[in-house]
Write a protein that binds this ligand. Structure first.
Ligand code: FE2
Length: 372
């Protein structure tokens, strides 16, 4: 089998790993730093204050305006601040949203124009500012991927930048930072990892190294997610989920996601349904649909998980979702039957073509009816 594997992000992982930030930042020189983060969570937890004190207040400009599912406009504003403050390094701190926004800002600083032009196809030519990514959830894996997913509200859609220059230079993955994450977000982000790992495994772009990461991520999710959900301060559970998230990110950094991610976006956009939960609701149906195209890979996964057949894997996933109190049908989140046609129509994106089984609008509509 032929494949390429490259992931240039340096990973510093461990309980308390945030203590390495100063040294990592200094390795890029003494210049000013833009700290990109969300509106409240990290300020409340005191992490922002700690980081500023550690790096020196005179050195740090803060952009804390990143909303969930960040918009292209937010990225453009951050780029302006970065230029005005003459920053030479960006630190992204938070869940997938601040990290994705920070990644886009880092490359837009050195590529002229607005981010929307690049989301619509203009190519990114110049390497961006160095970026240190510090995840505070265990889900997106954005700290080790070359993607930035952004929302364009006028078009009612999510778009992505995909380019190796988006890889963070350093990922500091400190499970301690996920301890305060509320149960619902722990569940949602953890299920996002499950979607990443499964989609990477069954992607048309699948490859053996990414598969190793994906398989291990799935094992860790079954071992640790329910515990992290119920007992948020359990170090083993939080560390296990941070590891799973990183491995899921490493897997999709090579293969991308497939049809579940674009199918989930309209649910997040129109119904405010959290990203990971919106992905997870599709998993059982896609497992069944994709089964004929992934025989050997599925058999290997079943062996690793000590399961007999697809039905037992499906059962295990359903039990997990029940234990996490994750919605399992669309009615639970306010979708009406007359919405399904439109959701199917809008549920396709670049990565849909990587699904192992080709899907048409009618097929997605059938799935949506099944989970309605
Ligand atoms: Fe995701």
């Amino acid at each position: 089998m032929d494949f390429n594997f490259q992931n240039p992000t340096r990973i510093i992982f461990g309980w308390g790993a945030l203590g390495n930030l100063r040294q990592a930042a200094d390795s890029f020189g003494p210049g000013r730093i833009l700290l990109v983060t969300g509106k409240t969570a990290m300020r409340k937890s005191g992490v922002i204050g700690k980081i500023i004190a550690e790096l020196g207040p005179e050195r740090v400009a803060v952009f804390d305006q990143v909303e969930p599912n960040p918009s292209a406009a937010t990225v453009d504003r951050g780029v302006e601040v970065c230029r005005k403050e003459k920053c030479g390094l960006i630190i992204g701190l938070g869940g997938g949203s601040p990290l994705d926004a920070a990644k886009a800002m880092a490359v837009l600083v050195s590529n002229p124009g607005r981010v929307l032009e690049y989301l619509e196809g203009k190519s990114l030519k110049h390497p961006g500012l160095p970026l240190i990514a510090i995840p505070t959830t265990s889900g997106s894996g954005s700290e080790v991927t070359p993607y930035s997913i952004l929302t364009v509200p006028e078009k009612r859609l999510k778009f992505s930048l995909r380019n190796p220059i988006l890889y963070p230079r350093v990922a500091i993955i400190d499970p301690l930072l996920t301890v305060g994450l509320p149960p619902r977000q722990t569940a949602a982000t953890g299920l996002d990892v499950l979607a990443h790992a499964l989609e990477s495994l069954w992607s048309k772009n699948h490859q053996p190294l990414a598969a190793l990461f994906a398989e291990r991520a799935i094992e860790l999710i079954f071992q640790h997610l329910v515990r992290a959900y119920r007992t948020g301060d359990d170090p083993a559970a939080r560390t296990g989920m941070s590891e799973a998230s990183m491995l899921g990110g490493l897997a999709i950094s090579q293969t991308g996601t497939t049809a579940i991610h674009p199918a989930s976006y309209p649910l997040t956009f129109d119904f405010g349904f959290e990203h990971g939960l919106a992905c997870a609701i599709f998993i059982p149906s896609f497992l069944r649909i994709n089964r004929p195209a992934i025989g050997e890979r599925l058999a290997r996964l079943l062996r690793i998980l000590n399961l007999e057949n697809l039905e037992s894997l499906e059962g295990k996933i359903q039990t997990l979702m029940r234990e996490l109190e994750a919605p399992i049908c669309l009615r639970q989140i306010g979708v009406k039957e007359e919405d399904l046609y439109r959701l199917a129509e809008r549920g396709f994106g670049k990565s849909s073509a990587l699904n192992p089984v080709d899907l048409r609008r009618e097929d997605l509509e059938k799935i949506l009816k099944e989970i309605y």
